[in-house]
Design a protein around this ligand. Structure first.
Ligand code: ADP
Length: 462
């Protein structure tokens, strides 16, 4: 099978969150199952590729009432082919957060097809991800200005996070995409504006999201961010497939970022990672250590974790937070860390430090208000670090309360403190804590199972 996978970020080349991890790992797992995958992603100024992609020429992309020249760079990694779309739109210091984001990713979505053609890749199926590529299923369905072999190809659209939907202007979006104005009454239209996620979900033959529980939750007003009705309406073609974890990248026995490597059988090395982190940040290694590795956004519940700090300290926890995001949260964290000996933080995005935090911590707090799948809790379990997490989305589907971690229902300080207290009291009984660690470390989060679920979905559509 030939699969065209379109994503606005892909690890290790670009990443702001879990989407990149999925776009990095799923295509590799599909290749291991014997299929051909081309991943198309933007050629960001910040692209991390050594050596850089090989520029093979430009393509003329139908866009903005005419055509737009985009460069194409290619490389191959672990059997997966990559094609990067170059344009000055992507020559910026960060991936997202600009006023013209909808136009930038409309251009990228439009360019995906000519780019695939340029590298002689005619797919059997197209897999688009999140709002940035929500335009892709719509373009395919209508077939306008597509290379031969592309019109009406079946597509799958994966929702990684409903919160970000790509709101834009309706007429402008259709004009950029070179689609007929008559489509303004179709599913791109969200209360008179354009909604890229709604378009992707509506025009794709199947919608997937990254956990079965989130597939239910996104149909409810409290989680749907205004698209709950849309997803209810589309529920017949919506399915939740849990993400896997890149178990080679996240393997405490081989992890180069650790102070000491360790494994299920030889767990004692975990302690040295705790000592290393505590020494570096002035924490007390004799106390149970709760780590956090997270974007600092409303979704992640770090605000009520801050409210819960007095209770957590009272329970005996030392806390280390690695995170970046909203500036008020960064400032509050930095301030609290200066004032409290039991709390340390590193504000910023630091891949290497993240590995050490997973290894060093006894528990990992994941107090998300919503969590489509979540990778950090799976990484934690693989590193023998017990997740203390909100019972929502993929957290609920991957953590077994009382066996591999602790779950709490209420997204507030008391809810988190309730579960943390249980973790603290188990920690005091080393034998039972070790048992939970062992169970958590043995959970199977490999990509093979998920890859097969995607494959059978593709197969149904071809
Ligand atoms: P989301 O995609 O919503 O951010 P996930 O849990 O699915 O949440 O994925 C988060 C990924 O980003 C994990 O691999 C986590 O280790 C990583 N991560 C988050 N914040 C940081 C940070 N400040 N530094 C390094 N890695 C981070």
């Amino acid at each position: 099978m030939r699969i065209l996978f379109v994503s606005s970020e892909v690890f290790p080349f670009s990443k702001t969150g879990g989407l990149a991890d999925v776009a990095g790992a799923l295509p590799e797992a599909l290749v291991r199952e014997g299929h051909d995958v081309l991943v198309v992603s933007p050629w960001y100024k910040t692209l991390k590729a050594e050596p850089a992609p090989l520029w093979i020429g430009d393509v003329e992309v139908p866009f903005d009432g005419g055509t737009s020249s985009c460069g194409v760079g290619t490389l191959e990694r672990a059997g997966v082919r990559y094609a990067f779309v170059g344009h000055e739109d992507f020559q910026r210091d960060s991936l997202y957060g600009f006023e013209d984001d909808t136009k930038r990713f409309a251009r990228f979505s439009r360019a995906a097809f000519q780019t695939a053609e340029r590298v002689n890749f005619t797919p059997d199926i197209v897999h688009a991800n999140d709002w940035h590529t929500g335009y892709v299923p719509m373009i395919l369905q209508h077939g306008y200005h597509l290379p031969a072999g592309f019109p009406h190809l079946p597509s799958v659209f994966t929702v990684h996070n409903v919160q970000y939907q790509g709101h834009g202007e309706l007429d402008a979006t259709l004009y950029w995409l070179r689609l007929p104005a008559a489509l303004r009454d179709g599913p791109l239209n969200y209360f008179g504006g354009a909604n890229a996620m709604q378009a992707g979900a509506s025009y794709a033959q199947r919608i997937t999201t990254v956990s079965p529980t989130y597939a239910e939750e996104m149909q409810r007003a409290e989680y749907g961010y205004g698209l709950d009705g849309t997803f209810q309406h589309l529920s017949d073609k919506l399915v939740g497939i849990l993400n896997g974890l890149d178990t080679e990248l996240w393997n405490p026995a081989e992890d180069e970022h650790l102070a000491k490597r360790y494994s299920l059988k030889r767990r004692s090395g975990k302690r040295q990672n705790k000592e290393a982190l505590c020494a570096r940040y002035g924490l007390d290694p004799a106390k149970p250590l709760m780590g956090v590795v997270s974007r600092l956004a409303d979704q992640k519940g770090i605000d009520f974790l801050l409210d819960a700090l007095p209770q957590l300290f009272h329970q005996g926890w030392n806390i280390f937070i690695l995170g970046s995001g909203e500036s008020w949260m960064e400032d509050a964290l930095a301030r609290e860390s200066r004032e409290r000996a039991e709390l340390a933080s590193h504000i910023g995005y630091d891949e290497s430090l993240a590995h050490l935090v997973y290894a060093a911590s006894d528990a990992l707090a994941v107090p998300s208000r919503f969590e489509p799948c979540g990778l950090s809790q799976m990484i934690a379990m693989r590193y023998g670090t017990i997740p203390v997490a909100r019972e929502t989305g993929g957290l609920k589907d991957t953590i077994r309360h009382g066996e591999t971690g602790f779950l709490f229902a209420h997204p507030n300080a008391d809810g988190l403190a309730w579960a943390s207290a249980q973790a603290a009291s188990l920690y005091a009984h080393d034998k039972q804590w070790q048992k939970m660690m062992r169970t958590a470390m043995q959970e199977d989060f490999s990509w093979e199972k998920s890859a097969r679920a995607y494959l059978s979905l593709y197969q149904e559509l071809i």
